[in-house]
Design a protein around this ligand. Structure first.
Ligand SMILES: [Zn+2]
Length: 386
């Protein structure tokens, strides 16, 4: 276990305003850390989309409007690979995010099995001198590259061709924009499905909630304003005797036991649009009340702007307000100094107490011990770095 550096911690804890003392006393600590972790997740997913869009812009230079069949298919092949890679990055980042948020809310919970990506070999390698707990893994689904290729071709080279006889540069710009829009939507679905797969498998999670990006559209704001969606209403599910869930496809009625991975992008319950960078977060049992205050603000905004209205009329009223540029209610102010202090004074001691308890318990907690040690190490290096 890494030893903490007292001087660094002193600096960290001194760098906090008077007001934050009240926040800590009112038990908002885990909420603040959770809020921070959610914010990092949104930023990381957005970064994955940015990097993908840059790669696509480079690949797009191969497209020659005079020979779309040949040059377009070269683009589509390379772009499909890039989207699939970003999909996997989104999966890995989302998995890490769920584990971090889970550790903040339930540091005492047994660790989750490792995530297994379809691109990884099936053989389980030992970790240190032992095999992963029970040999179990959480499986992530593979990106549907056939579908990605079809959509990239339609939204990219074919969309550019359809713009003709527009000036070539206009057709090219439009084609790239549209290719980037569908690519962003498809790639970030990797992470969204991983969050849903976790909520499907993990008994500490009771549902999921949409997390909008800064500057999101009215459509996404409305969906986020609805708040948590509980496990039972996410899919037509069956509760199995062991407490886990089976999923039934709305279309075929077929029952799946591998959960969300079997669902196509269009069947994923969180509706997204092209260019959408909205993410999902798991909603835990017994999590702090003030998690995701933005969505509570959006809910209030929805009820304020749609009084006496229903259905389409309500949606239109909300959209008019949202698009009018009137600033939406401010989200809770996130103070990095408070977040650092919360990590140092609340979460870290909680993890250390948990570790001490595990170490003094009878044998059989190797996985949990390893998990606590890893979380403590991560948190300490975060505090030193920030
Ligand atoms: Zn969105």
């Amino acid at each position: 276990m890494t030893r903490s550096n007292p001087r660094t911690f002193q600096e960290v804890t001194d760098n906090t305003s008077q007001a934050s003392d009240d926040l800590l006393r009112t038990g908002a600590a885990a909420a603040l850390l959770g809020h921070f972790i959610i914010g990092q997740h949104v930023a990381r997913q957005s970064q994955i989309a940015d990097e993908l869009n840059q790669v696509l812009a480079q690949q797009w230079q191969w497209v020659d409007m005079r020979d779309i069949p040949r040059s377009g298919s070269a683009f589509t092949t390379a772009a499909t690979r890039a989207v699939a890679d970003a999909y996997e990055q989104s999966q890995v980042a989302a998995d890490q995010f769920v584990r971090e948020l889970r550790a903040a809310v339930h540091p005492e919970a047994e660790p989750l099995p490792a995530l297994h990506l379809p691109s990884q070999p099936e053989v389980m390698a030992p970790v240190g001198d032992r095999f992963p707990v029970g040999g179990a893994v959480i499986r992530a689904g593979a990106p549907d590259t056939g579908r990605i290729a079809r959509i990239m071709d339609l939204a990219g080279p074919n969309a550019a061709l359809e713009r003709m006889p527009a000036p070539t540069n206009v057709a090219m710009t439009d084609g790239l924009r549209s290719a980037q829009g569908v690519a962003t939507r498809m790639a970030l679905t990797g992470g969204r499905k991983v969050v849903l797969q976790h909520q499907y498998l993990d008994k500490t999670i009771q549902g999921w909630e949409r997390v909008t990006e800064p500057g999101c559209c009215a459509f996404c704001a409305v969906l986020a304003s609805r708040g948590p969606v509980f496990k039972e209403s996410t899919f037509p599910t069956e509760r199995l005797p062991d407490g886990s869930y089976a999923t039934r496809s709305r279309n075929t009625g077929k029952t799946f036991t591998s959960g969300v991975n079997d669902l196509s992008e269009s069947a994923v319950p969180a509706a997204v649009h092209n260019n959408c960078r909205c993410t999902l977060r798991p909603v835990f049992k017994n999590e702090p009340q003030s998690f995701q205050a933005e969505n509570k603000n959006l809910k209030k905004l929805w009820s304020d702007t749609t009084k006496g209205l229903h259905g389409k009329a309500a949606l239109n009223a909300f959209r008019r307000f949202w698009d009018s540029g009137t600033p939406p209610p401010l989200p809770e102010v996130r103070d990095p100094a408070v977040e650092r202090r919360v990590a140092a004074e609340q979460i870290l001691p909680m993890l250390k107490t948990g570790l001490a308890n595990l170490l003094s318990a009878p044998e059989g907690h190797e996985g949990a011990i390893e998990y606590h040690q890893a979380q403590i190490k991560r948190l300490e290096s975060y505090l030193v770095a920030h």
